[in-house]
Design a protein around this ligand. Structure first.
Ligand code: CDP
Ligand code: MG
Length: 697
């Protein structure tokens, strides 16, 4: 490997900071040469990005340090530029690959497309991406590969040392997603075995020092003859952004309906403020669709106030065509309003944003190991997130941020930082992945942030009951290895395995595919009545899973028609995705030796297979409860059937749910009725300590 600056040019100045890491000052900023790129404005655009001044510095650090930590404001060019610099410097020579991970699928697709465009190549060749169920790479030609951190973890199952990668850039590390944290722990191990591997940890805001401390391996003495290897202590580089000033406006009174508040704030910006696009942060698809709809209605009914508004949603799962709209320049005389989840907080950069409206909330996962309940909750964001969101307004010129919460709330009640996902998640998936990678002592694993022992024990318990771990907490063979190999949550994987014995694998694969996407229905405020009517056409007394089978059948019988979908309030894009995912699951199932077979309408078999995977989510209707209150069999938590379920108000005595969402109450989403005797059959260990009448007959 050659060094990246030429003899004779001044070496960049390096200053050791007191932590023992290396701080890099950009004195040699202009000496970089991106030789060979003479063309057009794209190249000029690249050179205007803040990170460009640090090109040489970054390449030097990567050359000389095993781990480099790069901090830089959103939009400074970290994600799109650094992989290209590495490629230009030769890190992808000789068939090696540069990897860049993202926590979010949508970000993977979007940045990969952008980098392919900048390099003037077809996406899927020199530049490719892989997300779950979608691989757009070419083994022979791909040099830069974007992928989710979860996919990279899966790749370790086949190639534990990730040998094809020369550099792995773990991006958006400040998000502290559960997969990022697992990945960091494992990469640290890999580094010991592969000193030539380089890591870049990059993020918008990061506790650079604690990250650096995590990767500090100075305890390890250098062996003789090893002098030429990279330095083991991490380097830290901070890319100076060039954000403009953002004026902050707080709400004077607490806001009760933030969707409504978003709509009126957007309209008043539009009426009173000079041109410039608006970025709104809401929590999820439901909120966002509602706000988009309300704003569009406003535009139609009240032309004067809202003409010229171009309102676009942004959330993961958005079809590609709609994603592209977000990134196209705003037409003249129009004002773009992008209504987004926190994906636009740091993962994606939108050009032209001058105004930000911050609801102060995001959807977050929370897990309680005592009740063993995990759900998605709309929860307040942290101060760090609020600052990031505001920063989005100052990219092109001074901007304004409207916070839909009071200053007092911000100062006194908002927490400073978010909690790593690892510490607020159910760890079932995490544990099985580590086990599959041969990490046996999970409690002793070197985590960037330790998960709670209670959550760990709960996960081990569930996996044991699923028959995935044996008495020594080792993966069972073949079930454990098979469950680990299917890229779905272990409970779904177990359900698929069980469908083999029950003779209903075709049906269960359909259900698994549908459960792995957000929703197959077209949602939104105002269409609720028609949607409910449409659902009735497919509704099955057994519950939502069986209803899905009816929808799928109808879709196939229509010849996969988009008109059919439209007529039935079924999301056509979602159904196409279901067909694709189902096809892939079918291939995986065949590889695992599962016999593809339909139960020809025997729904008892289907319900038993669901029970075999999801027995831990069993609930019983409270006797004499007219409110439809259920209690979970383990933990006795109060839960209710979600209004979107076909079993809402039907209230069968025993049900199993797929997931919980919590608003005013804990609601079960995707519910199926069962016979309680199946529970002990499916998981004798799990239910053995229940008093007999708790799962009585
Ligand atoms: O990763 P970081 O937030 O530092 O920046 P980036 O994602 O590499 O984005 C750098 C620049 O590329 C942005 O300022 C955008 O102008 C541009 N970009 C784009 O135009 N379209 C994309 N899909 C992604 C980035
Ligand atoms: Mg980025």
């Amino acid at each position: 490997m050659s060094h990246f600056w030429k003899p004779g040019t001044e070496k960049p100045r390096i200053v050791d900071d007191e932590e023992g890491g290396v701080l890099f000052l950009s004195t040699a900023a202009s000496s970089s040469s991106s030789s060979g790129f003479g063309y057009g404005s794209m190249e000029k655009q690249r050179q205007r990005l803040p990170v460009y001044k640090y090109r040489t510095a970054i390449l030097y650090l990567v050359e000389t340090h095993a781990t480099s930590i790069i901090v830089g404001e959103t939009g400074s060019g970290k994600t799109t530029q650094i992989p290209q610099y590495l490629k230009e410097a030769g890190w992808a020579d000789g068939g090696r690959v540069i990897a860049c991970t993202q926590p979010r699928r949508l970000a993977v697709q979007s940045v990969a497309a952008r980098v392919a465009e900048e390099m003037g190549v077809k996406l899927g060749e020199e530049v490719g991406y892989t997300i779950r169920f979608e691989d757009l790479t070419n083994t022979n030609t791909t040099m830069i590969k974007f992928l989710t951190d979860g996919v990279l973890l899966r790749e370790m199952m086949d190639d534990p040392l990730l040998t094809k990668y020369s550099v792995i850039m773990v991006d958006e590390a400040h998000e502290r997603s559960i997969s990022t944290d697992i990945l960091l722990g494992l990469l640290k191990k890999i580094q010991r075995r592969r000193p030539e591997l380089r890591l870049i940890i990059s993020s918008a805001t990061i506790e650079a020092k604690s990250m650096s401390a995590f990767f500090q391996t100075s305890k390890r003495r250098r062996l003789e003859g090893e002098e030429l290897g990279p330095r083991m202590e991490p380097a830290i580089l901070s890319v100076e952004g060039r954000g403009f000033n953002v004026q902050i406006h707080f709400a004077e009174e607490p806001v009760s309906d933030y969707v409504q508040a978003v709509v009126s704030t957007v309209l008043s910006i539009h009426n009173q403020e000079p041109m410039g696009d608006i970025l709104v942060f809401l929590t999820g698809q439901d909120d966002i669709d509602t706000a988009v709809k309300l704003l569009n209605e406003e535009a139609q009914s009240n032309g004067k106030n809202s003409s010229g508004l171009l309102v676009l949603p942004l959330y993961s799962g958005l079809p590609r065509a709609e994603q592209e709209l977000i990134f196209t320049p705003t037409p003249r005389g129009k004002r773009k309003v992008v209504i987004s989840t926190n994906i636009a907080e740091t993962s994606l950069t939108l050009e032209g944003i001058v105004y930000v409206v911050d609801s102060g909330f995001s959807k977050q996962r929370f897990y309680n190991p005592i009740s063993d309940i995990e759900n998605l909750v709309v929860a307040p964001i942290s101060k760090a997130s609020a600052r990031q969101r505001a920063g989005r307004a100052g990219r092109v010129r001074p901007g304004k941020c409207y916070r839909l919460y009071t200053e007092e709330y911000f100062v006194n009640e908002m927490s400073a930082e978010g909690i790593p996902e690892m510490q607020r998640s159910n760890l079932v998936s995490c544990v099985i992945q580590l086990k599959a990678l041969g990490i046996d002592n999970i409690l002793g694993f070197d985590w960037p942030a330790s998960p709670s022992p209670e959550a760990m024990i709960r996960a081990l318990e569930v996996l044991y009951s699923l028959g995935v771990l044996d008495d020594d907490a080792k993966l069972t063979s073949p079930a454990g290895f098979q469950v680990a190999e299917i890229p779905l949550e272990p409970m779904i994987s177990k359900m698929i395995l069980s469908s083999n014995e029950l003779g209903c694998s075709e049906e269960i694969l359909t259900i698994a595919a549908i459960l792995s996407i957000q929703s197959i229905w077209v949602s939104g405020r105002g269409v609720q009545k028609e949607l409910d009517e449409a659902k009735l056409r497919f509704a099955a007394a057994e519950g939502d899973h069986v209803t899905f089978l009816n929808v799928y059948k109808g879709f196939l019988q229509s010849g996969k028609s988009s008109q059919w979908c439209h007529k039935n309030h079924v999301n056509y894009q979602a159904m196409k995705k279901v067909i694709e995912i189902r096809g892939q699951l079918r291939r995986i199932a065949q590889r695992l030796g599962i016999v593809l077979k339909s139960c020809e309408g025997d729904m008892k078999a289907v319900r038993k297979a669901v029970t075999a995977g999801f027995f831990a989510n069993a609930c019983r209707l409270e006797a004499f409860s007219h409110s439809g209150m259920y209690k979970t069999v383990r933990g006795s938590q109060e839960v209710y059937i979600h209004p979107s379920s076909v079993l809402f108000r039907v209230n069968p005595k025993w049900v199993i749910f797929h997931s919980l969402v919590s608003t005013d109450r804990q609601y079960m989403r995707n519910v199926i009725s069962i016979d309680p005797s199946w529970l002990r059959e499916a998981a004798p260990h799990f239910y053995q300590h229940q008093p007999h009448n708790a799962i009585g007959h």
